[in-house]
Design a protein. Structure first.
Ligand code: ARG
Length: 591
């Protein structure tokens, strides 16, 4: 029996060839439209017969019947096939097929090998986190990091070579004021103990000391020009700012399981914007506007020159300076040429929507004019982080919440919960569990909500032991580990699993069906770049497992029954762990 990882994907070509074999008129145009079915009707459903038949004035039920009769033997071997309603074709996996699937996908490596197809061999650059240097990361930096990392892992799982690129905001006018302040007020002791805190303090002083139209501001501007002209002392200072910033960021990234391949910040593109200017001018995509270089998109209602308040894409400012748009244009070209990107994903707050819409429109015209290969361009946006009152999340005195403090609090709160549940574990172990649970709770709460909505931050909800939370799922994982611990058996022991008898009870079959839908959930999450689809699946899977565990005893005497139930336990464990790792969480074996 042939079993591919993504069962739904197999049905599509089988139905197309059945339509041809049945000799339907215009059969080559038939698209089966395979969907995951409502479990009441089966596992998968083909909806395409309806539209196909209607457009050709055929009877949809008759068309469905003809296709079903012509289905290849392999499909009939694996599925019970029925026709429902006006002509839907329903496919229900046979128990033997379910068992074969569970046997075939028994290790993380098998799952990965099976999943690799959608993006196989492609290179995807993912630009996420990307904070500005010389400032601490705060709660507003959480989502890009967490969502971006999950997307990297999902794309890797589906076969892509992923390049993680931290596009640091490490260039701009603020460095004039920072250097100005640094030269006057830097405190070496503070710089050694908490460098970023100190840089923030210095910047505030520098900013306050250089009001508009003051001679001090002129001095700060001279510092900026010196930096831009490569003055060694200024460049050394600036380099120091970047280094201490990255070191501080990395402490946060370590806690979130993030490691970048590149930190190519805005400054990296300083010497690459000249080519952007000349090519956009040469192709007449950009035009001069009072000394500035701008791009209008006249086909677009908001970016056209014919609007009340024109809002062009500012490729070069009137004073000759580059900016966010210039570097992002150079970045798109670099990622295409240097990394050979097939896809580029940038993860930021929804408020940058206009910028990326203009950027992508410009890149498309530019690459077409120059005959450059155009990668897929995706701006992955997310909503704000708010408190339960719907307002921006702030400290009690109205300040911004530092990301470090937020993660510390998550671990502390999780430690209290773990200690209450399991006071006898040694403290070091409780601390380790609390790290996984606390950080996992923050990550999962972010990922489990549709990213387009605001992320409503609630400690009580994210740490709850019930509901669609990390705590619940991590607990389910530990419960599965304890089943194997108690029986003194390893999970996924194939020798013992080979004794399994065919799946029988309805709880067994329901759980097995859910397990075989893992590829569907991955595909949905990876293709839409929306990790919450995977979260929802894992939550439902944990629920099916609970139902199974309540109704069917695992450690029964009858060896073949016990073997098949242990097989279900070990695949549930594998799937939950694999899924949680794909989301960036760390799993634990006891809690
Ligand atoms: N540094 C920017 C910010 O803090 C985000 C950069 C996102 N990436 C990009 N290629 N523009 O808002």
């Amino acid at each position: 029996m042939h079993v591919s990882f993504n069962l739904a994907a197999d049905l599509d070509p089988a139905l197309k060839s059945a339509a041809l074999a049945a000799g339907l008129p215009d059969a080559a145009a038939f698209t089966p439209e395979i969907r995951t079915a409502d479990p009441k009707h089966g596992d998968f459903q083909a909806n395409g017969t309806l539209g196909f038949a209607k457009a050709r004035k055929l009877n949809p039920r008759a068309v469905a019947e003809q296709i079903v009769t012509a289905l290849p033997a392999s499909i009939r071997e694996s599925y019970d096939v029925s026709i429902a309603g006006p002509g839907f074709i329903n496919f229900t996996l046979k128990p033997a097929m379910l068992l074969a699937w569970l046997r075939a996908y028994s290790t993380p490596a098998a799952l990965t090998a099976g999943a690799a197809s959608a993006h196989a061999g492609q290179t995807w650059v993912v630009d996420y986190s990307s904070p500005n240097t010389a400032k601490q990361m705060h709660v507003g930096h959480l989502r890009s990091a967490v969502i971006g990392e999950a997307i990297c892992r999902l794309l890797t799982f589906t076969g892509a070579k992923v390049i993680r690129d931290n596009h640091l905001g490490d260039w701009g006018t603020q460095f004039g004021k920072l250097i100005y302040g640094f030269k006057r007020w830097a405190d070496p002791v503070a710089l050694a103990t908490d460098p970023i805190e100190e840089l923030e303090r210095i910047y505030k002083l520098g900013h306050a000391a250089t009001p508009d139209d003051s001679p001090e501001l002129d001095e700060a501007r001279r510092e900026l020009v010196a930096l831009q002209n490569g003055d060694p002392e200024s460049v050394a200072l600036w380099k120091k700012f970047s280094d201490v910033s990255l070191a501080a960021f990395q402490q946060i990234y370590d806690r979130l399981g993030i490691r970048f391949d590149y930190n190519l910040g805005e400054s990296f593109y300083n010497d690459k914007v000249g080519r952007v200017y000349s090519e956009l001018l040469g192709t007449k995509i950009a035009e001069d506007s009072a000394g500035a270089l701008v791009v209008f998109h006249d086909e677009h209602p908001r970016f056209s020159r014919n609007t009340e308040r024109p809002n062009p894409f500012m490729v070069r400012k009137a004073d000759g300076a580059s900016g966010y748009a210039s570097t992002d244009l150079a970045t798109a070209l670099y990622r295409t040429e240097h990394f050979g990107a097939h896809g580029i994903v940038v993860v930021t707050d929804f408020r940058q929507g206009d910028h990326f819409e203009q950027l992508f429109l410009t890149v498309k015209k530019w690459f077409a004019a120059k005959h450059y290969r155009l990668p897929e361009l995706h701006h992955v946006t997310f909503g704000a982080v708010t408190g339960e009152d719907g307002k921006a999340l702030k400290t009690r005195d109205g300040g911004t919440i530092k990301l470090k403090a937020l993660l510390d609090e998550a671990e502390e709160r999780a430690f209290a919960i773990v200690t209450e549940k399991n006071p006898d574990l040694p403290e070091s172990e409780r601390r380790d569990i609390a790290r996984a649970v606390g950080i996992g709770a923050v990550q999962y709460a972010d990922l489990s909500q549709n990213r387009s909505s605001n992320y409503v931050f609630s400690w009580d909800k994210m740490l709850a032991l019930d509901g669609n939370t990390a705590t619940y799922l991590l607990y389910a994982v530990t419960r599965l580990h304890s089943i194997f611990r108690k029986l003194n058996l390893p999970a996924g022991d194939t020798a013992q699993e080979s004794a399994a008898s065919p799946l029988e009870t309805s709880a067994e079959l329901t759980l097995a069906r859910k397990l075989a839908k893992f590829p569907d959930a991955i595909r949905l999450a990876a293709d839409s770049l929306r990790p919450h689809f995977l979260c929802l699946y894992l939550y439902e899977l944990a629920g099916e497992f609970s139902a199974f565990y309540t109704s069917d005893k695992v450690a029964v005497d009858e060896a073949p029954v016990r073997a098949r139930r242990l097989l279900l336990c070990s695949r549930t464990l594998l799937t939950l762990e694999t899924g949680l790792h794909l989301l960036g969480l760390r799993t634990i074996t006891r809690m």
